[in-house]
Design a protein around this ligand. Structure first.
Ligand code: NFE
Ligand code: MG
Length: 593
């Protein structure tokens, strides 16, 4: 076949709008790739001039899939700027809410966004329910595993197909020879796809207990948005009666023992689904695709900002996931990361549809971040990306000039390198089961497996935070909010700060500059921007771009292989593209023809 340009646009089963262009040689092997965010947004602009305590509610709307992470980064940013500490219970409640987001999002990604890159839905129709049951019972003690259960699931699927509508399974590359699972494994995975839909609905209740709702639960600068009541609630009244979680400022009703019992129930549901379904399915499916542990790596540099404080965010030693950078796959050296150092984090726009007042090739630290939208070069519409010039609405963040991968693989590698015992044990177990060496993690399926492993690590940790919260309450400490700095007259005239978190897709930070109690500048640098950004001023590719070359496409018209690797990052372009305009310039006009 001749060499060609393969365009995937839009990439589906992600959040937001992503275009991938890949060049292939005559053998169908990718020789170069470009990643472009094709929509532009304006959330940060409306933050300027507002009360910093309100920023979380706006910033949280950057995205609906990582529903709470921009809220948490935002309240931490303000707390960091004002040197505002929060009570231990608030820390524990935030840990539980963030952890619940991780486990929920990772399971959803695996089954609903990524599984169909590996699982052929149509092939599942040929499965024998008895053999599927035997397979299920050989890998897990999950209760829904009888031949009758799988016969029912197969019938459900058959009805979809026979009605002429695959419904939510439409337009897959079914029958593509890169699908390797036997029909029984396909039926098992499709069944769990459906189970995970129902499971999601249940586990989202943890956010409703502490934050009033999901998606976009409430937060508050200075604590958690729920009081704790030691008075029993009325069970027959249902969850809304005993917790509306409307937020401290709005006069919330309190979380009582019924709400706390529900949280315990959700933690159990999360852990059992991860242990009995998600982890065994990941290992079983990965076992059929071992060649995908040898490709799709990316840049070989990894970074975390850190998450899950046992004490406070200002004590990096107390974070379950430490902040660190790994360069060139070297797990023997963890580099310290300082988000306030202008020499460390910089964003470039050399190949983005933006200009900087300092010139298009210089990087800017987020405190000085700008998005000048009077970009005069070629911009959309386009037939193909102009990769020599600008080709994305994403910027290119760099750490000490290096492109860095963020996300589950980065976290698992940092945990592993820092000697975290549960991670070492679990990674060792998974690699042994798959008969693979540690470097197999530097790959497409390594990234996918790392997401599963960290879901288990975090789900397991939830019980400890829950127990600590209950112990505090039993000892009479029910504080969830610190009002010391609630009155802005106590604030300094100017302040700036950075708030960070680990979002499911990777390291996330917001930077704020406060002047006269109002927001003067606000910048978010987001996980998918790190991973999906375009080339920088030095021409270095971002992680998505670097992950594709070398991969062979069986059929360029059905680029399943591109989807496998890009989906392994779990893209969210809604997060990755957002615009601040500190100079107050008008927004660029985007004409779609
Ligand atoms: Ni919109 Fe997000 C996560 C953040 S990714 S999903 O996780 O922050 O860029
Ligand atoms: Mg930004």
């Amino acid at each position: 076949m001749p060499s060609q340009l393969v365009v995937v646009d839009p990439v589906t089963r992600i959040e937001g709008h992503l275009r991938i262009e890949a060049k292939t040689d005559a053998a169908g092997t990718i020789t170069g790739a470009s990643s472009a965010g094709t929509m532009v947004r304006g959330i940060e602009i409306i933050l300027r001039g507002r009360d910093p305590r309100d920023a979380w509610a706006f910033a949280q709307r950057i995205c609906g899939v990582c529903t709470l992470v921009h809220g948490i980064a935002s309240v931490r940013t303000v707390e960091n700027a004002l040197n505002y500490d929060i009570p231990p219970n608030a820390q524990l409640i935030r840990n539980l809410m963030i952890a619940a987001q991780f486990v929920h999002d990772h399971v959803m990604h695996f089954y609903h966004l990524h599984a169909l890159d590996w699982v052929d839905v149509v092939s599942a129709l040929k499965a024998d329910p008895g053999k599927t049951s035997a397979l299920a019972q050989s890998i897990s003690s999950y209760s829904k595993s009888s031949p009758g259960y799988f016969a029912d699931q197969r019938k459900k699927l058959k009805n979809f197909v026979e009605s002429g509508q695959l419904g939510l399974f439409a337009n897959g590359y079914w029958g593509h020879p890169a699908y390797k699972l036997p029909p029984e494994a396909n039926l098992l995975a499709v069944s769990h796809y459906l189970e995970a839909l129902a499971w999601q609905r249940e586990v989202a209740k943890l956010h409703a207990v502490f934050g009033g709702k999901n998606p976009h639960p409430n937060f508050v600068v200075g604590g958690a948005p729920c009081a704790i009541s030691v008075h029993p609630g009325r069970k027959e009244a249902g969850v809304d009666e005993f917790n509306t979680g409307a937020g401290v400022g709005a006069g919330a009703t309190a979380v009582n023992i019924l709400g706390l019992e529900l949280v315990q129930h959700v933690i159990r549901q999360m852990r059992s689904f991860v242990d009995e379904v998600y982890l065994p399915d990941t290992l079983a499916i990965a076992g059929f695709y071992k060649d995908w542990f040898t490709r799709g790596e990316g840049v070989g540099n990894f970074m975390t900002f850190g998450e899950f404080p046992q004490k406070g965010m200002n004590d990096p030693g107390s974070l379950l996931i430490p902040p660190a950078a790994i360069l060139g796959r070297d797990l023997n050296k963890l580099h310290p990361v300082d988000l306030t150092d202008p020499a460390q984090v910089q964003e470039f726009v050399a190949h983005s549809w933006y200009d900087y007042s300092v010139g298009k090739n210089k990087g800017l630290h987020p405190y000085k971040g700008q998005t000048v939208l009077h970009y005069s070069g070629p911009k959309p519409p386009y037939e193909h990306l102009d990769t020599e010039q600008s080709y994305s609405w994403l910027k290119s963040p760099r750490w000490r000039g290096n492109p860095m991968e963020v996300g589950p693989l980065a976290r698992v590698l940092v945990l592993y390198a820092s000697g975290h015992e549960p991670t070492r044990e679990l990674a060792g177990y998974a690699l042994k089961k798959l008969d693979l060496p540690l470097p197999a993690l530097f790959s497409t399926l390594g990234r996918t497996a790392a997401r599963t492993l960290e879901a288990k690590i975090i789900a397991d940790a939830m019980q400890g935070w829950y127990d600590s919260l209950m112990a505090n309450i039993k000892n009479g400490d029910v504080r969830t909010f610190n009002d010391r700095l609630w009155d802005p007259s106590a604030w300094p005239e100017t302040a700036r700060g950075v708030g960070f978190t680990e979002a499911p897709r990777g390291a996330l930070a917001h930077w704020i500059v406060i002047k006269d109690t109002k927001i003067d500048n606000y910048q978010a640098v987001v996980p998918t921007t790190w991973n999906a950004g375009p080339r920088d001023a030095a021409g270095k590719e971002g992680p998505y771009e670097a992950s594709l070359p070398g991969t062979n496409l069986y059929d360029p018209k059905q680029p399943l292989e591109i989807l496998r690797t890009i989906h392994s990052f779990d893209p969210c372009i809604a997060c990755a593209v957002h615009v601040a305009d500190p100079a107050g310039n008008e927004l660029v006009e985007v004409k779609v023809s």
